[in-house]
Design a protein around this ligand. Sequence first.
Ligand code: ADP
Ligand code: ADP
Ligand code: MG
Length: 449
Amino acid sequence: MFKKILIANRGDIAVRVIRAAREMKIATVAVYSEADVDALHVQLADERVCIGPPDSKGSYLNAANILSAALITGCDAIHPGIGFLAEDASFAEKCAQIGLKYIGPPVKSIEMMGDKIQARMTMEKAGVPIVPGTNIALRDPAEAAKIAAKIGFPVMIKAAAGGGGRGIRVVREEADFPKTLKTAQMEAETSFGNPDVYIEKYIETFRHIEVQILADEHGNVVHLGERDCSLQTQRYQKMVEEAPAPNLPAPARKRICDAAVRAAKAAGYASAGTIEFIVAPDHTFYFMEMNTRLQIEHPITETVTGIDLVKWQIRVASGEKLAFSQRQIEWTGHAIEVRLTARDPLRDFAPSAGKIATVRLPGGLGVRIDTQIFSGYEVPPYYDSMLAKIIVWDTDRAGAIARMQRCLDEVEIVGVKTDLEYHKKIFASEAFQKGDLTTKFLATHVDAS
Ligand code: ADP
Ligand code: ADP
Ligand code: MG
């Protein structure tokens, strides 16, 4: 087992990894930018190294500084967390080159899934259904327009290297296609350093259901069940997630989870990973993408399975075999997560930064809070706006909803704008309580009200 791990991240996820390592008696090294001197992950780690200026390009995305920090502190492994360098194959490769174990999947899997076009080809070969569309990068505009017309409007133009809900455009009318294609290519080039885009049929009504995968380096792959992440803003940012997915019949659930295991095997996967699916109202489903990292909403899966995903990432990276088979995994009760962020829903979810004068977070039976904030904490304007994840569990969905409502009522955050009231509206909605979820849910039931 590793002796010392560097966590190449910040915020609640850095805290999450430090906690797992501490319980495993592994020492931790935090890295931080000049804006994060007082951050919780910096306080909780055994050692800390400043890696650069507030702008993440100079710090949390600065591979050379992070790797140097790991070497001078004598680490034997690096956990990338979520976001930043977490899906950067070249970072994982550099870790290996200097003799540090990357706590994540093999470089090849990251590369394959980081290119969404290559991912589609791999899935098709593995017998995992993909959304009708192209499996090549579109270069010639006339040719692309022809293909789009053949697939049928509306279509989605997606950046091959896209992520985090960025690099995606919907085209409803044929006439708009050429211009949008050009913008999408330019945007892909500036945002991801790769102009390749491809087309998918735009599916109007569906649920976003994803499957948690855990695999070791000895060929064992299991799934830990699904999560419903349909509640997304109009910019594809997840707001609320739950496990299991409500109103999903057992046979459909089995088909989706089995496909996810096939997908992970086809990717040559090891570590924790997630396969995202589009699930239509009749429960036909398509591969959407694979995230070759931990997922923000991983705690709901941990809650219903009792399996600590971060500890298993660490164990698997150190060469251990999974200690359980698929048949030994059991799911109990229902878990829901709310992503509480410093954003203003009334101003199109504009991020809000500043000093948190007061914070009161909920607790009690069946409640887990993953957060980096505390009274007096200054939310920096440079990074993502997550303040806290509230995760609740109960024996059934109705109980979990009631518990979340109670939790949201207990929250008090003074000093920054938050989306707390917006979340309360979600849970009060009758459609949500019925489990009537699609990716249009928030636009239909909450934004308008
Ligand atoms: P999750 O499903 O775990 O919520 P998201 O796709 O929302 O994952 O992304 C998680 C985090 O990673 C966000 O902070 C997002 O901005 C960042 N992220 C994801 N993909 C990329 C990428 N290709 N480039 C830069 N940041 C990314
Ligand atoms: P990212 O890497 O940015 O997360 P995804 O491929 O997962 O990109 O797509 C982000 C979101 O866009 C999905 O969660 C889903 O809501 C929506 N989406 C993706 N593909 C389609 C599609 N073919 N039709 C309609 N919506 C889609
Ligand atoms: Mg996605």
